[in-house]
Design a protein around this ligand. Sequence first.
Ligand code: C5P
Length: 276
Amino acid sequence: MSIAGASQVVHARAPGKINVFLKVGKVMADGYHDLATAFQAVSLYEDVRAYPADDFSVEFSGPIDTSGLATDGSNIAIKAARALARKSGFRGGVRLEIEKHVPIAGGMGGGSADAAATLLACDALWGTEATKDELLGLAAKLGADVPFAFTGGTAIGTGRGDQLSPALAKGQFQWVLALAEFGMSTPDVYRELDRHRDRHAQDIFPAETQPTVEPNVLQALRAGDPRMLAESMHNDLQAPALHLAPGLGRVLELGEANGALAGILSGSGPTVAFLV
Ligand code: C5P
């Protein structure tokens, strides 16, 4: 994430992501699933500009249709700004302008990136001087993917996906994204996975207690080797998402039949990412 400021506006940006590997373990006491994932940031960014204001507001612009996004207190960027104000004791507000480039409700962490960049921009605008750990703590409360949007790069996420450790990566991976015209709800996809596991409890292995990222994935990222990565990519949410939206199966077939090294559902979908 990067940040640039003038006296009356602070500009921060945070990236979208692809989970090149996502293994979902058991449901934990808090209702979240224990997971192991490999995140990689992509060169699609959310640009957040924060201006001084008495209350909290957000407006959106950019190349994608943002007309369906909530701009009230239910928006994750407003939640992020309010959370930081509460934590720091800041009594004013902020006017947020967000230029969106990450597909909405697509499984690429666009909302999480809005929240992460908002935390950083407001911290700088208000001079709250929160530590990185404090901001990461707020980020984790806002959503499981928000800490990764804060750090970017390539990282392994465990727990809810919010316990991060950096992973080595080199080179560049090129992706083609197939965007859907509909969004998918992350809780629905997780619920469908649970239902599938319950239905087939007799026939499939039980969910792992402590899922891990497979060594081949880490090696492919370290080597910057797209062919090796294509062979080792995996997403446990893909099957339940395809169950809910069967048309995505045809999208995956189409991409692979047209020369992609491999396709994978991004996060909980419905964006399909093809490694090329
Ligand atoms: O934290 P976030 O708002 O991104 O999570 C959305 C939903 O996804 C959660 O309410 C939960 O249903 C599901 N989830 C999960 N296990 C995770 C991450 C998300 O069950 N590790």
